[in-house]
Design a protein around this ligand. Structure first.
Ligand code: T3D
Length: 268
């Protein structure tokens, strides 16, 4: 059964079989952000966190783009000056924190061009899939800005300092194949198969052991700032929690009974 909730014209949310799909919906502006879309996306993310039936989340864009970052139609520095620090603190940073704190697996489905903060959103998700037509345009330097949406951190983690510097300082636009080669995306699909593949992956995640999955994501996220000793301690703590879960009981029972484990029943 599909439940469709339209948060606003700018963001659509549908849920099916434990999978929530959030679609950025300003296709004429390549799904770039105005205030309304920021607010609607925040509401959609809060709603999927609160909904226990949602066990995996897809974020994608309507039309031919994924997200082109800030709507530049909303900015005219010839007429006024802008305190961009304020908009980053009010909108982009809370968005990045919301994405990082979702306790369910997130998949960015980059259906077309991602630029500026649009890349930040994709890379804040746990897994990034993209279409063979996708492009990743760094963009910030072209308008005199600094990479935001966590990109100065995420890019260094993903591709290393030297490549990250070259990418942003040259305002590089990566093709899907290059993004794959650099490790920014997990898999590239032909555009007409992308969503089907993404839903299949999200459904597998949704039917997986929710607590174990969420603790695994947390552990991997924390690895970037922890020492090995801290990480070993954290693994012991998380394993203790997972070991007390019904999913562990079901997983081992299924193994012993030589059947597939059932971690999720949408009817319950
Ligand atoms: O301001 C703050 O709050 C600070 C926060 C900053 C966060 C940021 O994200 S800063 C970076 C902002 N984004 C950009 O600088 C990207 C600007 N766009 C582009 O560089 C290119 O459009 C793309 C590389 C994304 C795509 O190029 P292409 O050739 O595939 O498409 P196009 O023809 O340029 O764009 C198609 C339409 O989308 C076009 O509209 P039109 O002419 O058909 O009516 C274009 O104006 C519109 N569009 C694309 N990006 C934006 C946009 N409209 C508004 N804002 C955009 N960012």
């Amino acid at each position: 059964m599909t439940a469709k909730t339209i948060m606003s014209d700018t963001v659509q949310l549908t849920t099916q079989d434990g999978v929530a799909t959030i679609t950025l919906n300003r296709p004429k502006q390549l799904n770039s952000f105005n205030e309304e879309m920021h607010n609607a996306l925040a509401a959609a993310l809060d709603s999927v966190v609160a909904n226990e039936q949602v066990r995996a989340v897809i974020i994608t864009g309507a039309g031919k783009g994924f997200c082109a970052g800030q709507d530049l139609g909303n900015r005219d520095p010839r007429k006024q000056t802008y305190d961009l620090g304020k908009t980053i603190n009010e909108y982009y940073n809370p968005l990045m924190k919301r994405l990082k704190n979702i306790d369910k697996p997130t998949i960015a489905v980059v259906n077309g061009v991602a630029a500026g903060a649009g890349i930040g959103i994709a890379l804040a998700c746990d897994i990034v899939l993209c279409s063979d037509k996708a492009k990743f345009a760094m963009a910030f330097g072209k308008i005199g800005l600094v990479p935001d949406s966590g990109l100065t951190w995420t890019l260094v983690q993903l591709v290393g300092l030297s490549r990250a510097k070259a990418l942003v300082l040259t305002n590089a636009t990566l093709t899907a194949e290059q993004a794959l080669e650099y490790g920014l995306v997990w898999k590239v699909f032909e555009s007409d198969r992308l969503m089907e593949e993404a839903v299949e992956m999200a459904t597998i995640l949704a039917y997986g052991p929710a607590l174990g999955t969420s603790l695994t994501i947390k552990a991997l996220n924390q690895a970037t700032s922890n020492s090995l000793e801290e990480q070993l301690e954290l693994e012991a703590n998380y394993q203790q929690k997972a070991g007390y879960s019904d999913d562990y009981k079901e997983g081992v029972t299924a193994f012993l009974e030589k059947r597939a484990a059932v971690f999720y029943n949408p009817e319950n």
